[in-house]
Design a protein around this ligand. Structure first.
Ligand SMILES: Cc1ncc(COP(=O)(O)O)c(C=O)c1O
Length: 392
């Protein structure tokens, strides 16, 4: 079937965080919401049909978790990334952020150091702070418009006895890097050599742009697998974030057991009735949706890049290799961070995520979610240009 990603659908008054909470979270109710990472596209037809059938049934009691998510995940990851996961490694969860929170509770103590790579998805930072653990920032290097990992610094941080856990964003939100096989292997090896447990958040791994290929961390090397937890979810890929379904892949049985025990202690063991069927449908029946989505997203990236270069050259797109989250380098505008965010949110009425939320390294940047119809992106860019031409 053909998906029409150009279709503009009103999301106001649908309990949408992105659209109905934009005043509280971004600061201006009139700004076009381009912040939180969900898309403005309808979900794949097989998921909608399945949900419609469930709704017609009309009884919404406690769900029973079948094993169907295991074969579905195995199939999907094999097809997407050409690695074979064992079904017994998998634990169904109600979100990737909950996996990270649970791992921190189970495997670290207050004061332990947790390594992340700023600028990075802000809940990694919050998870560390919320649990009063110590943030160890292996900040990414930014040179010539491209981000890389500072491996020397990573090795030093991992070698500290206080370092217990690393949360790796693979691929990386917000800088859009699809880490190479060599980079992923080096991260996994440094962690394993230093007994630093590795969580590889691979929630965006289906959203590979322009022919880039994703490498799942550690898989295929027993010693590395034993030290790694991988996180997958169909929620970004198929725009079903509100249905809360994800999977922790934990090859090491002792780590898996401890993780499951922590889930139990948190009473985080029951999902919404719709979560698991949507997850399974996504990973088994929706291949053609992704096949059509990726070229559409690439079209948006290309449009954005060309528009900025032609009309607003002081705003530079950090070339994305993956994800629908665009990282805009605004250094050349010469604004302090408050003036920069005011420019986007209150003057252009474009509701971006402020770069400082991803760590101080991001202060001169904003993150723009382009999982939207082209017309929405065009409107946002026209609004930006109107103000840009007055100011720069
Ligand atoms: C890197 C990353 N991890 C996790 C999440 C959210 O995961 P969940 O909604 O499953 O908790 C996001 C959402 O933006 C993300 O970008």
């Amino acid at each position: 079937m053909h998906y029409d990603f150009d279709q503009v659908i009103c999301r106001k008054n649908t309990n949408s965080s992105k659209w109905d909470n934009v005043k509280a979270r971004v600061g201006n109710a009139d700004a076009i919401p381009m912040w939180v990472a969900d898309g403005d596209f309808v979900a794949p037809d097989p998921i909608r049909r399945m949900l419609e059938e469930r709704v017609r049934h009309g009884i919404f009691g406690y769900p029973y978790r079948t094993d169907a998510f295991r074969s579905a995940t195995k199939r999907w990851i094999l097809k997407q990334h050409h690695v074979e996961l064992q079904e017994e490694w998998m634990v169904f969860t109600t979100g990737v952020v909950p996996i990270i929170y649970t791992m921190i509770q189970a495997f670290t103590e207050p004061g332990d150091e947790i390594i992340i790579q700023q600028p990075v998805y802000h809940p990694f930072i919050h998870a560390i702070r919320d649990h009063k653990r110590t943030l160890s920032n292996n900040a990414l290097r930014y040179e010539n418009g491209r981000y890389t990992i500072d491996f020397e610094d990573l090795a030093q941080r991992a070698a500290r006895p206080e370092a217990k856990l690393m949360v790796f964003c693979n691929p990386h939100n917000p800088v859009g890097r699809c880490w190479s096989k060599d980079e992923v292997d080096r991260v996994a090896r440094i962690c394993a050599e230093n007994n630093v447990l590795l969580i590889s958040d691979e929630i965006h791994s289906d959203l590979m742009l322009f022919g880039n290929r994703h490498t799942p961390a550690a898989i295929g090397n027993k010693a590395l697998e034993d030290n790694t937890v991988l996180c997958y979810a169909p929620t970004k890929t198929f725009n079903i974030a509100g249905l809360r379904g994800s999977c922790a892949v934990i090859p090491n049985p002792a780590i898996r057991k401890r993780f499951e025990y922590q889930l139990l202690c948190n009473n985080s063991v029951q999902e919404c009735l719709f979560s698991l069927p949507a997850y399974v449908t996504a990973y088994t029946q929706c291949d053609e949706y992704l096949e059509q989505l990726l070229p559409y997203l690439e079209g948006n990236v290309t449009y954005l890049d060309a528009y900025l270069r032609a009309h607003m050259p002081k705003i530079r797109l950090v070339r994305p290799e993956a994800t629908f989250l665009m990282w805009l380098d605004c250094t050349a505008l010469g604004l302090d961070k408050d003036a920069l965010y005011d420019f986007f949110i209150n003057r252009c009425l474009v509701g971006i995520s402020k770069g400082e939320g991803f760590g101080a390294e991001g202060e001169q940047f904003v993150r723009m979610n382009i999982a939207c119809p082209r017309a929405t992106l065009e409107k946002a860019l026209q609004q930006m240009l109107h103000v840009y031409e007055q100011c720069f």
